[in-house]
Design a protein around this ligand. Sequence first.
Ligand code: SF4
Ligand code: SF4
Length: 137
Amino acid sequence: MIIPLLKGLRLTFTRLFSRPVTIQYPEQKREVAPRWRGVHYFEGNEKGDTCCVACGLCVTICPSQCIRLVARELEGGERYPEFYEINTVRCIYCGYCAEACPVNAIKLGGNYEFVDYRRDDLVLDKERLLANNPQEV
Ligand code: SF4
Ligand code: SF4
């Protein structure tokens, strides 16, 4: 009877003085791994627009079919996304879109705090994707 009690107390005291595994979130935040796949963002170009060339590879590869793109072509043959949208409600954060992008325009960042009251607000358009770029914040 006394042995299990002592074992329990030993466990309690070891844990009492060991490093806590919990943190005071949201005041304290954990560092995420470099390959963490959080909320998407667009890399910008020198004009402040996205460097996406509207090739459509991300749309094709996305297993959740949550990317919508309307491509436009300029006179010189340069392509750009007139409309680009990611529905993060359907996204499974697989990162395939970022892997497939030939110009590294779409990326998944470290932000894991992405909540809202309305589903519509969880849809990221071009402007929001650009604003999500951690270098812009
Ligand atoms: S992370 Fe995966 S599911 Fe989400 S938009 Fe990219 S390809 Fe689609
Ligand atoms: S984000 Fe990348 S893969 Fe997707 S359309 Fe633009 S350039 Fe192509």
